[in-house]
Design a protein around this ligand. Structure first.
Ligand code: GDD
Ligand code: MN
Length: 362
């Protein structure tokens, strides 16, 4: 086998029906250009790995990386890039929505000196509408694109694209710093390295997905907003803390709703209703953090219940510390607003840090 010029990384979750036809289409599009294909599967229940391994037995340029106990598009992309043998790497959806016939043109751009080539749906000759089966998603993508550009401060027509090629040198550099959790690895790369990279764009038409379904749901959207704010602070505030804080904010409403319902609706004593409110908020915070903030290491079965208990415990300690700190500040003649806020902030940081170590430890 000739040494590959290009490594094609296909992150895949439940794409068993798409792998074989896509590998064939890629071979047609690449013609004489030696290439390898790496499928990165996060232990999909539909046996994407099995399909890929059977294909690899016939075609040695195909390989499979099967990850267990982990989920996440960005992390899968990074692992694929790090396993690449070629000097140039491209990330592409495994569901045939990306246009493989653009690969040779993208590779030419790299050969002409680009560090990063973005397959763009938003330049002349590109299109994004066909790929989105709902109007709201097309609109959502447009809005997210505008916001992303505003935040990176570095204009590219399609910073949310999942189709991009880069030199292995750029990939190596990016792998050390980009977030492994999100869905938007290109956005992350452009926002960190945009100013130092030579970026080119190649138009492509986003195709309709035929087999399987999209994994970009509500959860991914929320996580993306966490990432946006995190990048806005230059990475100072981690994305996960943003999500944690957001969940905490919803807890406030759960608490208030429970308090009012019990106290006014059912005549329950204020202190008891307040206690129940706190309990309800902790419970809903745990459930939301478990499925949003820590979606990638969601606790299930027994571990769910143990996690819930440790969460209650940590939050209780946090609340005690909160009250005592606020009290001390208040006694030092600080304003009520300042003392209250400082206690609450400390509480949030404490809960975040400790539950990360205890409840959702790796
Ligand atoms: N290994 C792995 N793990 N692969 C994943 C995971 C995961 O957790 N989640 C998604 N994938 C794979 C899918 O199997 C698919 O091959 C690719 O990543 C993209 O996921 P889709 O679910 O098809 O995303 P989409 O088509 O809705 O979104 C597209 O447009 C977005 C921008 O609007 C993609 O191109 C995104 O990358 C892009 O950001
Ligand atoms: Mn897709």
């Amino acid at each position: 086998m000739q040494a590959p010029e290009l490594t094609i990384v296909l992150p895949a979750f439940n794409e068993s029906k798409n792998i074989e036809p896509l590998v064939g289409k890629i071979a047609d599009a690449m013609g004489q250009i030696a290439h390898e294909v790496i499928v990165v599967d996060d232990n999909s229940p539909d046996d994407t790995t099995g399909v890929t391994r059977r294909l690899a037995a016939k075609h040695p340029h195909v390989r499979c990386i099967r990850r267990v106990g982990r989920r996440g598009l960005s992390g899968a992309c990074i692992e694929g890039m790090m396993a690449a043998n070629a000097p140039v790497v491209v990330i592409m959806d495994a569901d045939m929505q990306h246009d493989e016939t653009r690969l040779p043109t993208m590779l030419d751009e790299i050969k002409n000196g680009a560090d990063l080539v973005i397959g763009s749906r938003y330049v002349d000759g590109g299109d994004h509408k066909a790929g989105f089966n709902q109007k709201t998603r097309a609109k959502g993508s447009e809005i997210a694109t505008t916001m992303a550009n505003y935040i990176t401060g570095h204009y590219t027509s399609d910073p949310m694209s999942g189709f991009f090629m880069l030199t292995r040198q750029t990939a190596d550099k990016a792998a050390e710093t980009v977030s492994k959790d999100g869905f938007k690895i290109l956005f992350d790369i452009v926002s960190r390295y945009g100013d130092t990279l030579k970026i080119k764009e190649v138009p492509f038409q986003f195709r309709e997905r035929v087999e399987g379904e999209s994994k970009l749901g509500f959860l991914v959207t929320i996580q993306f907003f966490g990432l946006l704010v995190s990048r806005f602070t230059g990475g100072l505030i981690p994305m996960r803390f943003m999500l944690y804080a957001l969940v905490g904010f919803t807890g406030l409403f759960v608490h208030m709703a429970t308090l009012f319902a019990l106290h006014y609706g059912a005549n329950v004593d204020f202190a008891v209703a307040q206690f129940a409110g706190a309990f309800a908020a902790m419970t809903s915070n745990f459930i939301l953090n478990n499925s949003v903030t820590y979606a990638h290491r969601k606790l299930k079965g027994n571990r769910f219940w143990i996690g819930l208990l440790t969460f209650y415990a940590v939050c209780s300690v946090g609340a005690l510390a909160n009250v005592s700190i606020a009290q001390s500040l208040f006694e030092l003649n600080q304003s009520t607003l300042f003392a209250g806020f400082a206690g609450a902030l400390m509480n949030a940081v404490f809960n975040y840090a400790v539950t990360k170590l205890v409840t959702w430890r790796d």
